[in-house]
Design a protein around this ligand. Structure first.
Ligand code: IVH
Length: 675
C-alpha cells in the first residue's frame, strides 16, 4: 500500500471517530478547527489522486449515521452540508466559479449573507400547515425523529395557518450564549456534568429521550431554508424567504443581508467576523447564498453540498497543541498565577505560546499535565487560556502538576490565605512584584510614561536606581546614560517622559498606584468627587461608599490602601517630587455625553475637527475615528465620509445633522435624525 492511501485511510478513520463523537455523542474530542484540518488534508490527497475516493469518504457524505436510540425518518429531500472556505481569497474564488457557471458578472449577482450559527440542523415537516414531525440531519438522507422535543421549543410555530400540501422548514437549533451560561449554572448546582460549549449543549438538549428535559432548556430555532415543492410560500429569493419565515412566526437572523455583487458580499461576511462576539449566539462563520432561486437551480448541488452556497469559516478560536511546562508568574500584588508554556500554535489569527491557567484550583480541575495535548482558546480580546487536556489513552501521562511552595523569583514562601483562590508571594521586597508595579505605573492607562516598558524597568531595578515607583521621579540623565543601551538622547527622553507624567490628572495616578479593585472607571469617579488626593485620603468609609461607581468592596479597598504606612510614605515622596495630586476640573461642564462615543464626519460649522472632538471629550464622551455598533451617534457635517455613513446605516446608528451638534453637547440628545 502506498503511503498516500495509508494516510487517507487513517484520516477517514479519524474523521469517522470524530463524526461519531460530535454528531452522535454530542461530546467532541477535538476543536472544530482541528477536525476541519483533517478533512482538508484528506481532500487534498483525494484531489491529487482521485482513486483514493471511496463512497464512505467524508468528501462524499454528510454528518453521521443516525443514532439507533431514535426513530429513523427519511428526509423528503436530502439535507446537504456546506462546503467551506477559510479566507477572503477562497471566498472570491467561489464567487468567480458561480459567476462563470451563471455567465454573469460577479458584481451583478445578488447574495444573501447570513450568520453561520454553531448549532445543529433540524428539518420540521408540516402537512397542510400543521407540524407533523421534526428530525435531525443524521446522514443527510435519514434523520433522527425528535418531534416531541421540538414541540417544546418556543420559537417553533406548530401551525402555519392554511397551507395546502407538505412543506419542510429547515434551520438551526441552538442555545443563545446567556441561555448556555444559565444551563451550566443549573448543571453545576445539581452537580451534573457541564457542557463544553453552546453547540454541544443544544445537541444534548434536543436529542433527549425525555422531552420534558428538552422543555427545561431554553433552546431556540433559527429558520433559513424551506423545501416547498408546491411553492406554497410563493417566494423566489432567499431575502424574500427570510422575510416570509419571519411573518410566519419564525426567528430569522436579524443581521442577514441581501447585497449586490461579490465585493459587497465579501465585506458583509467580514462584518460578521468583526462582530461575532457582539451577537447573542455563537457563530463559527458566515453562510453566503446566491439569492435568486432560479439562479440556484442552474447551479445545482453535488451529492454533499449545494454549489449555490458556501460557508466562510472564521479563524478558529480553539486549537490543540502540546503543553511543554507549567510555570508561575508573580504579579504586582504578589499574586502567583500559573501559566502554560505551549508549543506555538496559531489561534484566532495570532501565534500563541503562553496561556493562563488562572489558579491552582483550575489546574487541578482541568487536570492538565506537562506533556499533554491541550485545547487552547483565544476568543476576541480575551487572553489565551487552556481549556483542558485531550485524552489519549494510548500515551502514558506525566505526574499531576503541584503548585510550588516558593516564589520562583525571590524564593520567598507562596501562601494561600483562608478562602482565597490565589496564592501570594508575601515578601514585600520581591523584585518581581516591584517590576510589575513599575510597569503598571508607567503603562498607557496609568501615567503613560513612554519608553518605560518591562525591559527598561527591569534594568532600572537591577541597577538599583528604582526600589519604589516614587524613585522614578529622581532619575537623572547622568546616571541613566551609564546604563547599557541608553545613550544621551534616550536618557533625556526618559527623564522628559517622567517629568511630563507629573502633570497627569489624579484619576490616572489612582490607576497607577494599583489600588486593588480600582480600575479606570472607579478612579475617575473618585477623582471627580474628591478633586484632590488629600481629600480622598481623609474621607470616611461612608463617604467613599456613596460615590456613584464605587461600591462597598472598592470603598473598603481604598480606605485601607490610603492608610497603609508604605502608601503614606510613597505619597509624601510623590508630592515632594511635584506630582499633581489633583484632578483638573473640566470647567464644570455637565457630563452630558459621559461614556458615549460620538463620531464626527465632515466639518461642523464653527468647529475644527480638533475642537469638535475636544467639545465631546469635555462633556465626558469620546470621539473615535470609526463607527461601530457601540457608537452613540454620528454627527454629519459638510462633506461627510461615505464609508462612515454607510457603516452607520448598516449598523442602525443614528445620524445627527450638524445643526444639532450644540444641542447634543448641551443635553446629550438630539431633536431629529437625518436619513
Ligand atoms: S444553509 C443546503 N444557512 O451549517 C444548505 N446552514 O456546515 C443548507 N448552518 O448543515 C445549509 N447556519 O447546520 C445554512 N445560515 C445558515 C446556517 C447553516 C448554520 C449549519 C447547517 C449546515 C451546516 C454546514
Amino acid at each position: 500500500m502506498s503511503t498516500a492511501s495509508e494516510r487517507a485511510a487513517w484520516l477517514r478513520e479519524q474523521i469517522a471517530r470524530h463524526n461519531d463523537a460530535y454528531f452522535v455523542r454530542d461530546a467532541p474530542l477535538i476543536p472544530d478547527a482541528d477536525y476541519d484540518e483533517l478533512v482538508r488534508e484528506l481532500r487534498r490527497l483525494e484531489q491529487a489522486d482521485p482513486s483514493l475516493v471511496v463512497p464512505s469518504s467524508p468528501s462524499q457524505t454528510v454528518g453521521a449515521a443516525p443514532d439507533v436510540a431514535f426513530k429513523p425518518i427519511a428526509h423528503r429531500e436530502a439535507m446537504l452540508s456546506l462546503d467551506n472556505v477559510f479566507d477572503e481569497s477562497e471566498l472570491r474564488a467561489w464567487a468567480d466559479r458561480v459567476s462563470r457557471a451563471l455567465e454573469l458578472d460577479p458584481e451583478s449577482i445578488a447574495f444573501c449573507v447570513e450568520p453561520k450559527i454553531d448549532g445543529l440542523a433540524l428539518s420540521i415537516h408540516y402537512d397542510d400547515g400543521q407540524l407533523a414531525w421534526a428530525a435531525t440531519r443524521g446522514d443527510g438522507r435519514t434523520g433522527e425523529e425528535v418531534t416531541a422535543n421540538v414541540r417544546t421549543v418556543a420559537s417553533v410555530p406548530t401551525s402555519l395557518g392554511a397551507l395546502a400540501g407538505g412543506l419542510d422548514v429547515r434551520g438551526e437549533v441552538f442555545l443563545a450564549r446567556d441561555a448556555f451560561a444559565e444551563l451550566n449554572r443549573v448543571q453545576r448546582e445539581r452537580d451534573e456534568r457541564e457542557f463544553a460549549n453552546p453547540r454541544n449543549a443544544a445537541a444534548g438538549s434536543l436529542r433527549q429521550k425525555n422531552a420534558a428535559v428538552t422543555a427545561e432548556r431554553a433552546l431556540s430555532f433559527l429558520a433559513y431554508q424551506v423545501v416547498d415543492p408546491a411553492n406554497s410560500l410563493g417566494v423566489t429569493s432567499q431575502g424574500a424567504l427570510l422575510e416570509k419565515l419571519g411573518e410566519l412566526g419564525y426567528l430569522v437572523a436579524a443581521d442577514a443581508r441581501v447585497v449586490l455583487g461579490a465585493d459587497a458580499m465579501v465585506a458583509r461576511s467580514s462584518w460578521f467576523q468583526e462582530h461575532r462576539h457582539d451577537l447573542p449566539f455563537d457563530v463559527d462563520g458566515a453562510v453566503i447564498k446566491v439569492d435568486d432561486f432560479a439562479q440556484r437551480a442552474r447551479l445545482g448541488s453535488t451529492s454533499r453540498a449545494p454549489r449555490w452556497a458556501i460557508a466562510r469559516k472564521f479563524p478558529p478560536e480553539e486549537r490543540t497543541t502540546r503543553l511543554v511546562s507549567i510555570e508561575v508568574s508573580i504579579g504586582r500584588t504578589g499574586r502567583a498565577t500559573p501559566y502554560a508554556v505551549l508549543e506555538p500554535v496559531v489561534v484566532a489569527g495570532s501565534t500563541v505560546s503562553l496561556a493562563t491557567l488562572h489558579n491552582a484550583d483550575q489546574v487541578a480541575l482541568k487536570d492538565v499535565r506537562p506533556g499533554d495535548v491541550v485545547v487552547v482558546r483565544k476568543a476576541g480580546d480575551v487572553i489565551p487560556e487552556v481549556v483542558g487536556a485531550v485524552p489519549d489513552p494510548s500515551v502514558a501521562r506525566g505526574e499531576p502538576w503541584v503548585f510550588p511552595s516558593a516564589c520562583p523569583e525571590c524564593g520567598g514562601p507562596l501562601v494561600r490565605l483562608g478562602e482565597e483562590r490565589d496564592s501570594y508571594c508575601v515578601n514585600p521586597n520581591c523584585p518581581a512584584q516591584l517590576l510589575q508595579q513599575v510597569v503598571h505605573f508607567a503603562s498607557r492607562g496609568a501615567l503613560d510614561i513612554e519608553g518605560l516598558g518591562e525591559q527598561r524597568a527591569a534594568q532600572l531595578i537591577e541597577a538599583g536606581l528604582v526600589g519604589d515607583v516614587a524613585d522614578l521621579f529622581s532619575l537623572d540623565t547622568a546616571r541613566l546614560e551609564q546604563l547599557e543601551g541608553l545613550g544621551a538622547v534616550s536618557a533625556a527622553a526618559l527623564v522628559g517622559a517622567v517629568e511630563r507624567a507629573k502633570a497627569q490628572p489624579l484619576s490616572r495616578l489612582l490607576v497607577a498606584l494599583g489600588i486593588r479593585h480600582v480600575g479606570p472607571v472607579a478612579a475617575r469617579a473618585l477623582a471627580t468627587w474628591f478633586k484632590a488626593y488629600a481629600e480622598l485620603a481623609q474621607a470616611p468609609l461612608a463617604e467613599l461608599e456613596v460615590i456613584d461607581g464605587v461600591g462597598p468592596v472598592i470603598a473598603a479597598s481604598v480606605f485601607q490602601f490610603v492608610r497603609s504606612p508604605e502608601v503614606l510614605e510613597r505619597l509624601a515622596r510623590l508630592e515632594r517630587a511635584g506630582v499633581t495630586l489633583v484632578e483638573p476640573s473640566s470647567d464644570e461642564l455637565d457630563q452630558t455625553l459621559r461614556g458615549r462615543a460620538v463620531v464626527v464626519t465632515g466639518t461642523v460649522p464653527g468647529f475644527t475637527r480638533e475642537s469638535a472632538e475636544a467639545a465631546i471629550v469635555a462633556r465626558g464622551g469620546t470621539s473615535p475615528g470609526t463607527v461601530s455598533a457601540k457608537t452613540y451617534c454620528v454627527v454629519v457635517g459638510d462633506a461627510p465620509g461615505a464609508s462612515k455613513l454607510t457603516k452607520a446605516r448598516t449598523l442602525g446608528v443614528a445620524l445627527v445633522g450638524a445643526t444639532e451638534f450644540e444641542t447634543l453637547l448641551e443635553t446629550g440628545a438630539w431633536r431629529a435624525t437625518i436619513a
